[in-house]
Design a protein around this ligand. Structure first.
Ligand SMILES: [Cu+2]
Length: 331
């Protein structure tokens, strides 16, 4: 298949676009074979019903005497065999679903924000794009998304995947593309007047082309360093850097680790935890601290929350042992 040149614009009605990943091919096989099985199971029944309806119609001379079927093997097998056949698809589908739910750890992470009516994508190096998305082949790509207003859904037909984009909650989607080319992406959740315009192009490129694209896409400031600047400008550093007057924990090595709570129990400091902490600091107070952190709800936008999280994430590896200035975090 010739890729890069095949612009999606050349075929306006793309009901079944070319599959751009091995998983997408799997999905196609699953759908096609399940449709075939459904036909196999329903067409004979449909034909039999039609034949019976004609053969035994009112007024027709036919043999109508009841005779009991004593063939137990036949009775059991016509129930069991179709059941087993459909179970194969249950297993196959569940396996694919499970794969979709578990992104590999080494995935390239792209941040996405949906809003009425556009998509904003951000690469780790800080390169941002509106509606269009560029990704490399041969590497798992994880899209971490959130909505700034209503529910949207990021739909990548060539990869046969979509995910709801929710206000107030991160959702994720991952794929490993293996075909370079230009495809389409959509919002697949009706989200208001200009919903139909919330679409763009998904460009899948070889890793070398992607590297060139990144270099030409501007921004030399990574998400983490943009976040660092915000960390100062929103006044977080005032409390959270080592020599503040207020007793606040160092954020080094927090990301990805369990946090002991004042109320008992622990939480894993993932993206949602950090976002919640910034917006609702009075929830989940950390063990050994007073509630002094102000809420930044209505002050900090989703896009900045993503940057702050990227910064906090960059502050340390998950396997922190204690160089941090906060009190003991281990129970
Ligand atoms: Cu939308």
């Amino acid at each position: 298949m010739n890729s890069q040149s095949a612009s999606p614009a050349s075929s306006p009605l793309l009901l079944w676009p070319r599959a751009a990943s091995a998983d997408a091919v799997q999905s196609d096989h699953l759908i096609l074979s399940f449709t075939l099985l459904t036909l196999l199971l329903t067409v004979p029944i449909f034909l039999a019903i039609t034949w019976f309806a004609i053969h035994f119609r009112d007024g027709k001379q036919a043999h109508r005497e009841y005779s009991e079927n004593k063939n137990r093997l036949l009775e059991v097998s016509w129930m069991l065999i179709p059941f087993m056949l459909t179970l194969i698809f249950f297993y196959w589908g569940a396996k694919l679903f499970d794969r979709h739910k578990h992104p590999p750890g080494d995935a390239l992470r792209i941040e996405a924000i949906g809003r009425q009516w556009m998509w904003k994508f951000q690469h780790p190096g800080g390169q941002a794009e509106i509606n269009d998305l560029h990704v490399p082949t041969g590497q798992p790509v994880l899209i971490n998304m959130i909505s700034q207003d209503v529910i949207h859904a990021l739909y990548l037909p060539a990869l046969r995947i979509q995910m709801e984009t929710l206000p107030g909650r991160y959702t994720q989607l991952w794929f490993k593309a293996d075909k370079a080319g230009v495809f389409r992406l959509y919002c697949s959740e009706y989200c208001g007047t200009d919903h139909s315009k919330m679409a763009g192009l998904l460009t899948i490129m070889t890793p070398a082309d992607y590297a060139v694209w990144l270099r030409n896409a501007g921004t030399s400031t990574s998400l983490a360093s943009q976040g660092k600047a915000l960390f100062s400008s929103y006044g977080c550093a005032g409390c959270h850097d080592g020599n503040a007057v207020v007793r606040a924990p160092s954020l080094a090595g927090v990301y990805g680790n369990p946090v002991p709570l004042e109320a008992g129990g622990t939480l894993i400091a993932d993206d949602s935890y950090i976002r919640d902490k910034i917006l609702y600091p009075d929830h989940n107070l950390i063990a050994g601290y007073k509630q002094v952190m102000p809420s930044f709800k209505g002050v900090i936008q989703e896009s900045d929350l993503v940057l702050l999280t990227a910064y906090i994430k960059s502050l340390g590896s998950p396997d922190r042992d204690d160089t941090s200035s906060g009190p003991e975090k281990t129970p």
